[in-house]
Design a protein around this ligand. Structure first.
Ligand SMILES: Nc1nc2c(ncn2[C@@H]2O[C@H](COP(=O)(O)OP(=O)(O)O)[C@@H](O)[C@H]2O)c(=O)[nH]1
Ligand SMILES: [Mg+2]
Ligand SMILES: [Zn+2]
Length: 342
């Protein structure tokens, strides 16, 4: 195996600044590639390792892409380093709990196809997630080879957000996929999201050479579906890292206000001219947004999508009071029973 450097694994000053010089040798940094129930797989400059978790770290607290310090003798995680960013989504379980999807990601490759899958409302959700997570969004439109006019999709995509990067590809063609190289080059990490069937596995295969089940294979398998169940970090031909995110088919807005505000910044500007400061943009007189719709300057669909995302996000985001209340409720008793040793 060719020698790997920390930089090639995605290391940066952000992580280096968190440790003493000695720590790099004593407790070698490792980047998590797979999270299992009680252990993780990780990449180090000396190769792939399997690490157990100490009692104070639960596997649910770690994400693919996270950096940890390891004890190479005990094959154990010693500490998790502070991440640059994290993709997480609200789980169906009650309460305001989140599931970690991936950490320390440079680009979110939002995949859709040049066909009926193209859905502005869904794409705006992924964009809001990327922006709120401080991750660069890149819109990847697949199946250009099957579309009558792929450029219409490109234009519609570019209209979702000023300066949005839109890459139109045939995911089955390696030369076409090479357009994605800037986001999966040496030391960089990208994550794939999108609905089922849009070509995520095909992109993964094309960029990494690692075969993961595509729908074509699934259909010919009478035994059942090969689903990509685990998220994992895979090395790309370009020298970077790619993470598939099978759990992200649907996406509920939660703590995504920042992203929603960026995507609908033009509507926020317009709303500042509404006659009433608490205008709901429904039937109020002097509503600047309704005025723009009437003049044909604004698509009503966009207003409705904005209002829906805002409402959903507010309903799923804890207020500061709720956060404090939950912290109080989960505080341990004064003298906790001593922790059991294994
Ligand atoms: N012609 C063509 N087929 C594609 C393209 N991208 C994906 N496919 C096909 O679409 C099907 C679904 O792709 P898959 O990668 O499994 O989608 P996933 O569910 O997002 O992982 C497979 O049969 C792929 O071969 C593309 O750009 N062009
Ligand atoms: Mg797939
Ligand atoms: Zn208004």
């Amino acid at each position: 195996m060719s020698p790997v450097t920390l930089d090639a694994l995605g290391w940066s000053e952000h992580f280096a600044s968190q440790l003493e010089v000695d720590a790099i040798l004593m407790t070698p940094p490792a980047r998590i590639s797979d999270v299992h129930r009680a252990r993780v797989e990780a990449k180090t400059v000396d190769g792939d390792v399997e690490l157990d978790l100490p009692m104070e770290i639960r596997s649910g607290d770690l994400a693919v892409g996270d950096w940890v310090l390891s004890d190479p003798v005990e094959s154990r995680v010693v500490a998790a380093l502070e991440r640059r960013n994290v993709l997480r989504r609200r789980t169906v379980a009650s309460g305001h709990r989140h599931q970690l999807i991936a950490a320390n990601v440079d680009a979110l490759l939002i995949v859709s196809s040049c066909n009926d899958d193209f859905n502005p409302a869904r794409l705006e959700r992924y964009l809001a997630l990327a922006i709120s997570s401080e991750i660069e969004p890149v819109l990847v439109l697949t199946k250009a080879d099957m579309a009558e006019d792929a450029n219409t999709y490109r234009h519609r995509a570019e209209n979702l957000l000023p300066n949005l990067k839109v890459i139109v590809v045939n995911a089955r063609d390696g030369a076409s996929l090479a357009q994605l190289s800037p986001w999966v080059g040496l030391g960089r990490t990208a994550a794939l999201v999108g609905s089922s069937g849009v070509g995520k596995s095909t992109i993964m295969n094309g960029l990494t050479g690692i075969e993961s089940a595509t729908q074509g294979i699934r259909e010919s398998d009478s035994k059942g579906r090969h689903t990509t169940t685990a998220r994992s970090l895979r090395l790309t031909h370009a020298g970077g890292w790619l993470i598939d995110t099978p759990g992200m088919r649907s996406l509920t807005m939660s703590e995504n206000a920042e992203g929603i505000d960026v995507i609908f910044a033009d509507l926020i500007d317009l709303a500042a001219s509404c006659k009433f400061s608490d205008c709901k943009h429904q039937t109020e007189p002097g509503c600047a947004i309704r005025g723009a719709i009437k003049k044909g300057e604004l698509d009503e669909g966009r207003l409705l999508r904005w209002l829906k995302l805002q409402e959903e996000n507010q309903g799923n985001t804890e207020t500061p009071d709720e956060v404090r209340g939950r912290a109080r409720a989960s505080r341990p008793p004064k003298s906790p029973p001593s922790a059991k040793r294994r």
